[in-house]
Design a protein around this ligand. Sequence first.
Ligand code: HPA
Length: 278
Amino acid sequence: MKKGSTEAYSDQISQAVNFIQGAYTGQPKIGVILGTGLGQLIDHVDVEKTISYADIPYFPISTVETHTGELIFGKLSGVDLIIMKGRFHYYEGYNMKEVTFPVRVMKKLGIGKLIVSNAAGGLKPDFKVGDVMIINDHIDLFPENPLRGKNLDDFGVRFPDMSEPYCLAWIEEALKIAKDKGINAHQGVYAGVQGPNLETRAEYKYLRTIGADAVGMSTVPEVIVARQMDMPVFAISAITDLCSPGNIKKISIQEVIAAAAIAEPKMTAIVKELVHKL
Ligand code: HPA
């Protein structure tokens, strides 16, 4: 088998899947990718099994301090989930096949739906720090596409449709849940950029001009791969800093994490309810 070939990649996915199935025999229905500072959801999960990324064959290992790198199996609101505590970012140096490897693995483990969370900068002027935004569309500004190269025909088509990347029924349901709980949830367009630096003022202005409401360094690659595999996706951003004119100031990763903590209970409340609605 040629190194770097699609056969090699598919084989690596199968080896990771076989390893996980040897360690856990449950049947997860939904995959959840938790973003920076958004791990609180785990506190609500009846955890059945935790597997460290480092133990799974061919699984990338997270290099960001704030991402611990564990695959967690358990029940949330009675629904079987796989939760990725820690994700892989392009800026860490992984290529897009590596960034999206876990999504392929989770699909092979049987999940039919994907939920994604992230921390994002708010471009829309009425957003506040600690708000949540349900993603209803995205703009892919990454320099590499996870589907580039020979198509993995077993997973999906060469030219996947992207007219509804985020499941409209889930968005509607999530907005209803938020309203019932008195949570002010926005919806909007997420621009995915490579990072790791934050944007200049001119870049924020550009992102707003092209139609983005929030900007972050993740999510888009995983969603593209999930959609190629025909999985409905729900994604939600914690607004951790403000990027609209007049609101831009210097921020640190500590501030991003502190702001994510404000949004976290809101996101947790929405996701907890959403998983057993659809
Ligand atoms: N830009 C890009 N990514 C981000 C930001 C931002 O302002 N905030 C949190 N993630």
